[in-house]
Ligand binder design. Structure first.
Ligand code: 5GP
Length: 191
């Protein structure tokens, strides 16, 4: 997606050879106009999948997920990283290793929020080693629903997540694919 790549080049900060900071439009300050375009792009890519629910992990996936749900006109669910006292019905849980925080989090999803007939689209801000996306697929599979696609805003193609998701047979679509972050620069895969 041209506009996204332009913003990554303008506002992204390469922290080291594996981490890109995008706090000016995605992870802290959010650009709603860009999120709107992102939502439209995901909706177009998965238009033929009959998506009934969009699923993401709090908090950075929420903005692109909501705009995708808006474009597809389906509900958006964010999986919780802490168990709120209001969530005391039956829960589905799984462990997800956080790439940026270096901790394992148990994440929570209310059991009946996804039903067997649902076709779910997973949306996340980044794809690194695939832990977050694979954790979300486990929750969908615990619900006996279908994972109909995975939409990623920024894929770091030099890490192993994309290959893992491809191997597992999921349909993955990334809006920007980064081949490396060497020399303090962002290099895209299709440059
Ligand atoms: P994975 O689970 O694929 O290993 O990592 C993806 C998750 O880690 C994303 O949800 C994102 O929050 C975080 N993440 C991974 N790499 C980066 C990065 O380079 N920059 C930022 N800001 N977050 C990242």
């Amino acid at each position: 997606m041209k506009e996204l790549k332009k913003r990554i080049l303008e506002d992204g900060v390469v922290l080291n050879s594996t981490i890109l900071k995008v706090d000016r439009f995605l992870n802290h300050q959010i650009d709603p106009m860009l999120m709107h375009q992102i939502g439209e792009a995901f909706a177009k890519a998965f238009a033929n999948e009959g998506i009934t629910k969009v699923l993401t992990l709090e908090s950075s996936g929420i903005a692109p997920a909501v705009l995708t749900g808006l474009a597809l006109e389906v509900p958006v669910i964010f999986v919780r990283k802490k168990k709120p006292i209001t969530l005391n019905t039956s829960l589905l849980t799984t462990e997800i290793y956080s790439y940026t925080k270096n901790v394992h989090n148990t994440v929570y999803l209310e059991k009946d929020i996804i039903q067997e007939q649902d076709k779910c689209l997973i949306i996340d801000d980044f794809l690194a080693n695939g832990e977050a996306a694979l954790g979300l697929t486990r929750l969908i599979e615990q619900s006996r629903a279908t994972v109909s696609g995975i939409g990623i805003v920024i894929e770091k193609s030099f890490q192993e997540g994309r290959a893992k998701l491809d191997r597992a047979g999921y349909s993955v679509f990334a809006l920007a694919r980064i081949s490396s972050l060497t020399d303090n620069k962002v290099h895209f895969l299709d440059e």
